[in-house]
Design a protein around this ligand. Structure first.
Ligand code: COA
Length: 223
């Protein structure tokens, strides 16, 4: 499964979800999702010819800038290499990869990968659906040679919008190992002290309401 990320000529980015037939004339319509906070709407449709077409000045209306897809077995060593520098704990890369065979978070999650416009894998993350409306993120990591280019921010946002489209008003959880401001820009908030069990990793969640008991449960044994 894969979803292409586009940059609109005015600068905003979108995730292409698929193509639908117009109910009146069966014409193909691209269904796509904002990767920014648009108060008017998050999911949009546009005739496929227009989506893929050119502006009057010859520029593309939407330019593909990358692709989000599920990680397959053949990608796993590449993906594990992205966070190795931060999480190796003195192990060799082979030892680090082997330890994943018994890592509960690794085994229970669904991994997503971002490829850049050239098709190169640049960032990955693990998504754990704890319950229908509670989704946890883990192991967000970018290829060390590709950091600082916005890849992890783009992947996190694309995965959030994909899951909001699929599941509605879900709540996202994570433990941040970078300054919380990195995730606050995606709507995450630092949780109160009673949820901070794994400091210095900071527990965060989307939404302003206090977590319910059910929502907070996964935070107790996150790792
Ligand atoms: C943390 C990590 C995923 C960031 O990936 P990245 O692709 O370089 O991040 P981005 O380029 O998308 O950065 C998005 C923003 O976060 C900021 N940011 C990223 N990492 C940061 C850090 N360690 N400290 C402070 N700010 C950071 C960037 O400056 C950027 O802000 P800007 O848009 O204002 O410039 C990457 O450094 C990494 O893989 N580290 C090792 C694994 C790890 O620690 N993962 C974190 C798990 S919570």
């Amino acid at each position: 499964m894969s979803w292409t990320v586009y940059r609109h000529y005015k600068g905003n980015r979108y995730l292409r979800l698929g193509v639908a037939a117009h109910s009146e004339d069966l014409s193909p319509q691209v269904v796509y999702r904002c990767l920014y906070d648009n108060p008017e709407a998050r999911t949009w449709v546009r005739p496929q010819g227009m989506f893929e077409g050119l502006l009057e000045d010859g520029r593309r209306r939407f330019t593909a800038v990358g692709q989000v897809r599920l990680v397959g077995p053949a990608d796993m060593r590449t993906v594990l290499g992205f966070g190795f520098d931060a999480w190796h704990e003195g192990r060799s890369f082979d030892e680090y990869c082997a330890a994943k065979d018994t890592d509960r978070n690794h085994l229970r999650g669904t991994r997503y990968l971002l490829e850049d416009a050239a098709g190169r894998a640049v960032a990955a993350m693990n998504v754990i659906r704890f319950s229908p409306l509670v989704i946890g993120f883990a192991s967000v990591a970018t290829d060390p040679s590709q950091r600082g280019k916005g890849h992890s921010a783009l992947l996190v946002r694309a995965v959030m919008e994909l899951h909001r489209f699929l599941h509605g008003d879900v709540r996202f959880l994570l433990f941040s190992e970078v300054p919380p401001s990195v995730y606050e820009r995606h709507g995450f908030r630092v949780l109160p002290p009673e949820h901070q069990r794994f400091l210095p990793s900071v527990a965060m969640a989307t939404g302003d309401a206090p977590l319910s008991g059910e929502e907070a449960e996964p935070l107790k044994a996150y790792f």
